[in-house]
Design a protein around this ligand. Sequence first.
Ligand code: SF4
Ligand code: SF4
Length: 426
Amino acid sequence: MADNRQMWEKLGIDMEAHDALLGAIPALVEETFMRQENRPAKMDFFDFVLGDIHGIRVHELQEIKANGGKVIGTFCVYVPEEIILAAGGTCIGLCSGVDIGTAEAEKVLPRNICPMIKASLGFKMTKTCPYFESTDLVVGETTCDGKQKAWEILGEMTPTYVMELPAMKRDSSRRLWDSEVAAFKNAVEQTTGKKGTDDDLKKAIAKVNGKRRALQRLSATRQADPVPISGTDALLIEQIAFYDDVERFAAKTNELAEELEARVAAGEGVFPKGTPRLMISGTPMAVPNWKIPHIIETSGGALVVEESCTGQRYFRELVEESASDAMDAIADRYLKTDCACFSPNDERIENVIKLAKEYNVDGVVYTSLMFCGPYSVEYNKVKKALDAAGIPVIKIDTDYGMEDVGQIKTRIEAFIEQIKETVPAS
Ligand code: SF4
Ligand code: SF4
């Protein structure tokens, strides 16, 4: 701990604000994770990472930097981490899921903007995130309007590079995306001082695919009934995927998946067989935003899959390893991402239904962060498709505050009761 404090001071962290942030985490972790029953033993690694969330990995980043390495922070699953790795960089996800810094951010942003954007800028403005303070470059993208304007403000505070993301998926969009991916490679290489060769790219692709495969393997075990791991724990793992060392994370996730596969074979689970199975669909949930999964799983439901960037959208697609042109394969894989910022976005609607069927989902909790235009508007099409498939859905608009927990819990409990009335108990 003394080591941590020294490091945070060296990074220029606002110690008072940071103490307030970290002070709130243990009680939240106890309530959200530790009180769950029959957790898999191999969650121990992820609990350890969570228990020292601003310590051990941040120390590793300082060591990387002391040896000449560069840390590159990102806010979106559209930013190709393979390119960062190939150029010798370390990629860290910076999205924030907590209200710290919001008041400060509201000095430069309107109040009615998505909490993720406010919190991300707020972390920088209040100097409360040691990951942010470790970065040599941060990468924004032109996904939604709020984000693309926020990067202009962030750029006044820290070196920021912005990728232009097409809003459609036409041939001309693909050409724009190809040139953006190439320009991003140059920008990263200028920061790291190392050119990523074809061979480097291929190795990076194999590494990141390894991480995504491990997440796919873990996720596949959640198709079982009873489900061998809670959705709250699964979300934590999906969140840690954004900032842990790629190979270590893959190894630890595979170890956990092995334990879960054994549980499935033995018919063991964390909830009784026949517990209503729910899917979350919508905006991402960054650490430490565990509000909705925790509510679902303390209200009689089992969260079995996340149709979200902190979920399937992060690991569903792999980069083709046998492709002769690695950059083309990377551009191809990333443009398959089906964020609501695209129009039209039929791929996402199809994926929602496909996942609901694969995971034998009884109902969908559609979550939208407050003031998120793309996901909130796209609900209309998702609901129509779910209605047609006979799958009930409830829409929850929320933020990072805890004031609405009681009201959301009442709604989700009623939703689960309604499902129980229509789904025969097994
Ligand atoms: S929801 Fe869209 S903008 Fe947000 S991280 Fe995912 S792809 Fe990026
Ligand atoms: S949640 Fe919606 S508004 Fe917020 S950053 Fe993502 S796409 Fe933009």
